[in-house]
Design a protein around this ligand. Sequence first.
Ligand code: G6P
Length: 613
Amino acid sequence: MCGIVGCIGHEKSVAFLLEGLEKLEYRGYDSAGIAVHGGDELKVYKARGKLENLRNLLNGNSSSYSLKAGIGHIRWATHGVPNETNAHPHISSENKVSIVHNGIIENYKELKRELSERGVEFKSQTDTEVIAHLIEDFLNQGHEFCDAIRHALKKLDGAYALGVIFKEDPETLYAARKSAPLIVGVGKNRNFIASDAPAILEHTKRVIYLEDNEIAQIKSSSYKILDLEGNILKKKVETLPWEPVSVSKMGYKHFMLKEIHEQPDVIRQTLFDKLRSTDQPLNLKEVKLTRQQLENLDRIQVIACGTSLHAALVGKYLIEEFTGVPVDVEASSEYIYKRAIVSKNSITIGVSQSGETADTLTAIKQAKAKGSHVLVITNRPDSTMAREADSLLPVNAGFEVSVAATKSYSAQLMAFYLLAIFLAEIKNSLPAERIEEYKKELIQLPQKIEMILSNKEKIHECAIKFHNTRNFIYIARGINFPVALEGALKLKEISYINATGYPAGELKHGPIAMLDETIPVLSVLAPGKVYEKVLSNSEESKARNANMIAVTSEENEHLEQVFDFIINIPYTDEVFSPILTTIPLQLLAYYIAEFLGKDIDQPRNLAKSVTVE
Ligand code: G6P
C-alpha cells in the first residue's frame, strides 16, 4: 500500500528509483513519481496511473545530479483522488523539501488549518503534503535539516514511512518510520531506503530495519539512526534472507497464472522441509512452546485479512477436527476494536502473506501486549510481523507478484495441516494410523494438483459461458465453506463480478430469493460428511433455474442431471479437499477475467500489501 524508495551515492539515481519502484508496484499503481536534485533545485516528476506513464514522461528527460539523494513513490490513494497533483513526491512551498510517504496522517486537517492560517498554500488534497510544509516551517525557524524533521514528526499523529530530501543538503537522504515498513539498505559507497526488500536486493542484502519513531540520516558512505530526541541509536545490520527477485512471467501471460502453476512445487517444498517421514512424529521446531504448554493448550485465536483469513478458516476446521481445541477466527480489522480476550493456555496465530498488513500487525501486537504467545504464519520471514512473533512459521511460497493471492494461500493451508497434525500428535487426539494415512495423503497432493492443472478445458468452457454474468454464487459446507469464500473473492478481485460465497445450508434462508436463470451457482462437492447435503442444496438451486456448476471428484448420472458443468478433480480425503477444490476456482476466476480483458495482476483499486488501517 504505497511504496517508497530512495538512494544516495548512486551514479544512476533515476534508473535506480524506477527499477526500485517497479519491484514495489504490487503496493499500488494509482500514480508514480520521483524527486531528484537537478542543478540548484529539486526536480519532481510524476504521472498518474502506472509506473509506465512515469517512464514515458521521463524518457530523455531524466537529467539529475547523479550521486546525490533521490526519492521515489508508487501510490495507492487514500486521501485525494489518483491524479498528478496528489501524486508523490510532494514539495514544500519554497521548494526546499521534498517527501514521499506511505501511511496516513490522522491529524492532517488540524495541521493544514494551522499552516493555512499562517499563509501556506496547499496544492493537493493529500494528508501527506502537510509534512513537507511542516518540515520547511521548522527549517525556516532556524533548525538544521534533521532537527526540522524531528520536530515535524513530533506533531504528527498516525502512520508513516517517509523519505525526505532537501534542496540545500544534496548529499543526505533522510528517512523515518512509525507503523509502516521501511528498511535502510547499506551498500558500498551508496545507501538506500525502501518499503520492501525486492527494491534493493540487486544492490545490497545488508539492511537495517527501522523501528517506530526512528529517523535515519544517510550519506553515501555512512549513516546515523536517531530517536525523536536526537539521540544516536546503535542498530544491527542484518542480512536479507532472499536472492534478487526474478520478475519474469516464465512464458505465462500473467503472474497469477504462473503462480497458480507453481502450487504443486510450493507444497512439495514445504513437505520436503517438514515432513521427512510418515511414521515419525512431526517436529515443528518453529513453534516455541514447551511440550507442557502445548499439551495444556485449550484455545487458539487466529487473526488475518483477505485470502489469509480464508486460509485461517480452513485452519480452524482442521485444528478443531484433529485436536478438539476450539479455534476462533476473526478478521483483524474487527479484532482490534474489541476487548482482546487471552487466557493462560491460549495462543494467538497471525496469518499474513506479506507480514505487513496494518490491521493484522496491530491485532498481534494487542494480543502480545495482553500476554498471549503469538505465532505468525507468513510468507515473509523478513517482515515486521515475523519480527514481532514469539514463534515464526514461514510458508516459503516465494515472492508472489500478482495482487490476487494464490500460491501463498496454498502454502498457508499447508502450514495449518502441519500444525494440526503436530498438535494432534502432541495431544494424542487422533489414532497414530490415521495420522500416518494423513501424512501419506499430504504427499500425494502436489501430483493431484498437477492433474487439475493439466486438464483445464472444462474450466475454460465454463469461463466462456459465464464471463458476461453479473452475479455469481459459490456454495459449500464444512471445510470447503472457506473455499467458496475464497473462490468468490478471487472472482471479485480480478473480474469485478459480484460473487458471494455461502454455506450451502444458508442459501434457503435468504439468498435463494435471488436465483433465476441468469445466476450461476457453483457447488463445491467433496465426498465426505456433507456431500449429500451440498448436493441437495444444489438441487434446490437447480429447481429455481440457476445455472449449476460442480467442482467434484464424483462422477455419476445423477450429478449430470443436476449440473450443467462438472469440473472433475482427483479424489482425496475430505479433510484435504480444500487444497484441490481451490485450484479450479482460481483458474475459473483467472479465465473469466482474461475473457473480460481485465488487468489481472494489478486489479483496479487493490494493493497487495495493505499497510494502512
Ligand atoms: C490485500 C491483498 C489480498 C490479501 C490481503 C491480506 O487486501 O490484496 O490479496 O489477502 O491484503 O494480506 P496479507 O499479506 O496479510 O495476507
